[in-house]
Write a protein that binds this ligand. Structure first.
Ligand code: AMP
Length: 316
């Protein structure tokens, strides 16, 4: 593949490489970002490789970020993983480098960068990074730590191989990664572990979910409730998939009120495509897993109505 050769050529050209990912990182954001960083460190020990971005929000067991000065970007290559749109890139200094590469698996709504490698068929961006290694095996080195991170990213984005984006190739890639020396069982446990406060919030979700006759579901999490349960926004990631196990539920929105008053909207679906809906509300994402924003409860109600219409059309 031409683009893969081009990316490797650029990596070889630059002495300093900074790797970014999206805000509010999930395991695939960190897995693809730091997995690539670790492959490059193992492959090119003389190069300066940095992983840059805001707080990793509860995923410290995966990796921490590097502190870098603005000067580091001078004459440097910047690679952004797992991020569809430039406003979502964590640490806006990504544009300070000499050249920019985008590597992602979301629909290519904004093809920012000098080189763009987007594969929407990949289960995760970590799978693409693992492919990048495999396609350049003669020149790159996979380390145990890189394999651990990429495996975590694949597990994270596929819900442990549950979601439809999981392909035979995904399983092949994961199997190859498992041949490296890391404890996959322990990693799975770390990724699944939740504090008691989040377990109680899970109880709230099941008690209070609203589902209509067509399978459209909604859960609202006001700030007062999050405070009562002692939950911060990033911890709501653990409850987003819960409605999916309910028979009657086809697509759902979790509306998380932010301290500023607007709502972060997390959309998931077992059938109807929901990313166009997300785009209408300052968001985006995958056909069956998207995110958006609602300025107030009126917009929350509007989004739920749109989910209802999609579910109704799907059931017809
Ligand atoms: P989340 O609910 O935050 O786990 O997001 C699910 C998917 O939607 C991820 O693939 C995100 O990249 C995408 N996504 C979430 N929020 C946004 C947003 N504000 N704009 C664009 N894409 C988003």
């Amino acid at each position: 593949m031409e683009v893969v050769k081009e990316i490797l050529a650029k990596i070889k050209t630059y002495q300093t490489i900074l790797i970014h990912r999206h805000q509010r990182p999930d395991p695939d954001a960190i897995g693809s970002q730091v997995g690539l960083a670790e492959i490059l460190r193992a492959s090119f020990p003389d190069k300066m490789i940095y992983q840059v971005g805001g707080p990793v929000e509860g995923l410290e067991f995966l990796a921490e970020m590097d502190e870098v000065s603005d000067e580091t970007y001078h004459n440097a290559l910047v690679i952004v993983t797992d991020t569809a749109n430039s406003p979502r890139i964590s640490d806006e200094r990504y544009h300070l480098g000499a050249e920019l590469i985008k590597i992602d698996h979301h629909p290519n709504d904004e093809p920012y960068g000098d080189v763009v490698w987007v594969n929407t068929k990949a289960s995760s961006c970590s799978e693409i990074i693992a492919d990048f290694y495999t396609l350049n095996q003669e020149e790159l080195t996979m380390s145990d730590e890189a394999a651990r991170l990429l495996y975590a990213g694949i597990i994270g984005d596929t819900g442990r191989f549950l979601y439809p984006a999981t392909t035979p190739h995904t399983l092949e890639v994961a199997a190859n990664l498992m041949t490296y020396d890391f404890n996959a069982a322990e990693l799975n446990r770390e990724l699944e572990q939740i504090p008691m406060s989040v377990a109680k919030l899970a109880g709230y979700v099941y008690q209070n979910i609203v589902v209509d006759e067509f399978g459209a579901a909604s859960v609202k999490l006001p700030q007062t409730l999050l405070k009562e349960y002692g939950i911060v926004d990033s911890e709501t990631a653990a409850i987003v998939s819960l409605p999916g196990v309910i028979d009657e539920v086809l697509a759902w929105g979790i509306f998380v009120e932010q301290p500023e008053g607007y709502y972060r909207v997390r959309l998931r679906s077992k059938g109807p495509v929901i990313n166009e809906l997300a785009k209408k509300h300052h968001g985006g994402g995958h056909p069956l897993a998207s995110g958006a924003n609602a300025k107030d409860l009126d917009e929350v109600a509007e989004i739920y109505q749109e989910i209802q219409q999609l579910c109704k059309a799907c059931k017809k």
